[in-house]
Ligand binder design. Structure first.
Ligand code: HEM
Length: 299
């Protein structure tokens, strides 16, 4: 764990910065009630952060703890005790499973609010610049300690050794990427086969029964269209997008539709039709459920 001196060195935090912080406190802290209200209003704009403040008690506690931290930001001695206080706040956030992005974004909100007050109150450009430099240093230092708890939490979850686990994860990711590439090559080959099938159907339409050939060709076109969708999906997935299961169900649906097209010419047996239609209905229901779930996740 870093000491406060190491942290101060990293941020070039000097005794002058400590003095500047006291001056900043005199300018900003009179507005701390308003800042605490604004901070709370900001947090409840997002349903995920708002969910932490459902009771009046939680709302009040939020304002109190925020004001304490703000007071410390400007008046605390940046020593090891202060470092420990910040680490404790960081751990509280990790414990309540708050995503680190919200802490980063909230700190940006605070930084901007403080910067606006300084810009409005300090007219001398040189002094303003000096004070703002210190403000940014202090905010960055605080943020860095608050979010370091997330990193430590990750390290604490080590099962064997961090280096070994990193290697295993790296190897698994490579393997997964390789398998995805194999899948993509297979899809390309399959797309080639479907193009062949389409050509075959077209030849059949011209040389044999026209109506039957065209219906089969339409089915193959549908298949080709789905293969293109699958390839798009796979390329997007390789580039980091989410994998969409529903495309595979769409492909199965299209295959069924094609089968029904063909069956309408080939088979006399009504049972075959009934089975195909039941299969199509079941796939339709599965598709509906999967699509609904994927849409909810995306929204
Ligand atoms: C600028 C960023 C933030 C600062 C400086 C900050 C500061 C603090 C402080 C000082 C505490 C008290 C820790 C203790 O008990 O020792 C705390 C706790 C807490 N924080 Fe934050 N926080 C920040 C961002 C957030 C965000 C984005 C949320 C979103 C929900 C959040 C939710 C909470 C909750 C639920 C607690 C526990 C209850 C409470 O003390 O209010 N904090 N935070």
């Amino acid at each position: 764990m870093e000491t406060i001196n190491a942290v101060r060195r990293q941020f070039f935090f000097t005794p002058e910065d400590q003095d500047n912080l006291a001056k900043l406190g005199e300018i900003i802290l009179p507005a701390s009630d308003q800042l605490a209200d604004d901070f709370y209003e900001y947090l409840i704009q997002n349903p995920e952060t708002a969910s932490y403040f459902k009771t009046d008690e939680a709302k009040e506690r939020r304002k109190v703890t925020f004001k304490q931290w703000l007071d410390d930001l400007f008046n605390a001695n940046y020593d090891n005790r202060h470092l420990q206080r910040l680490q404790r706040i960081g751990k509280v956030h990790v414990k309540i499973k708050l995503k680190s992005i919200y802490v980063n974004a909230a700190m940006h909100f605070v930084r901007e609010a403080c910067r606006r007050i300084v810009a409005a109150e300090v007219r001398d450009g040189v002094v303003q610049e000096e004070l703002l430099t210190t403000l940014h240093k202090a905010i960055d230092l605080n943020l860095s300690v608050l979010t370091s708890s997330y990193q430590e939490e990750k390290f604490n979850k080590v099962f064997l050794s961090h280096a070994l686990e990193s290697k295993v994860i790296f190897f698994s990711e490579r393997l997964l990427h390789g398998m995805n590439l194999v899948l993509m090559i297979c899809l390309l080959l399959m797309a080639g086969v479907v193009v062949g099938l389409l050509g075959f159907d077209l030849v059949e339409a011209v040389t044999g029964k026209l109506e039957y050939g065209i219906i089969k060709a339409l089915g193959s076109l549908l298949l080709l269209w789905m293969m293109i969708e699958l390839l798009h999906n796979e390329i997007a997935h390789l580039q980091g997008d989410k994998f969409r299961v529903r495309i595979f169900i769409e492909l199965a649906l299209v295959a069924f539709i094609r089968k029904i097209f063909v069956a309408s010419f080939k088979y006399e047996d009504p049972m075959t039709f009934v089975l195909l239609l039941v299969g199509l209905l079941i796939l339709g229901i599965v598709y509906y459920l999967v699509a609904k779930r994927e849409d909810v996740k995306e929204s």
